[in-house]
Design a protein around this ligand. Sequence first.
Ligand code: ZN
Length: 260
Amino acid sequence: MNVIAIVGPTGVTVVDTGGSPAEAHEIVTELKKRFGMPIIGAINTHAHYDHCFGNAVFEANGVPVMGHHRIPAHFGAFEGPRLDAWRADPTLEPDKDWAGVVLAQPSVLIHQPMEFTAGGRVITCLPIAQGHTDTDLAIHVPDARVWMLGDVIEEAGPPMFGSGSWPLDWATSLEELLLKVCPTDVIVPGHGQVVDREFAIRQARALAAVAQAIRGAWTAGVGIEDALDAVQLPWPKWMLRSAIEQGFSQLAAEHPTVEG
Ligand SMILES: [Zn+2]
């Protein structure tokens, strides 16, 4: 998971707060050690646990956390219930360390594109249309020509169709965003190495192929297994299955059957 420090002359803004209080404390310690400046703000790229379960630690230290205005709704639908289920039975996800997690929504909710100066550095936050989630935020530092896109772009593995994903819209939302990105700009994904616009365009094409396969299977009335065979991508089946399930339920909601 990538944590990014936007360093200005008078302070540091951190992008993503870690997946637990322990990780958040580690981030705070590391930032103070490396830069010796106050942490003046934090920004969530999206609502998934590994990017924002450290929020409460920053807020307790008086650091405002910014994030997409739909994060509270996503917490209510997904991260909150997941945390409750884990608390009821930690063996469900033995690899998680969530004992001390306090679910803290961003203290500043972002509804529309906004530009501000933090620690002497200009930062832009742009809500992205629904894709990886409906809480995705693009964070841009214009003078460095760097974009932080959270899990809308994945380098460490294929894009993840996790909780609250929109597989039918992801490609279009990403393509729309990439119109603002220059060919020489740097993109920091949610996980893995930095990439360029060309990489992101290839990922958008792959996401478009998934959406097309889902729509094709839905129109043809075939089941999830046949739909899986139609996706010609070297991505794990369980991941594509999740995309198809979420895509099908979106299509079912858009085309309610008339009964009676
Ligand atoms: Zn994510």
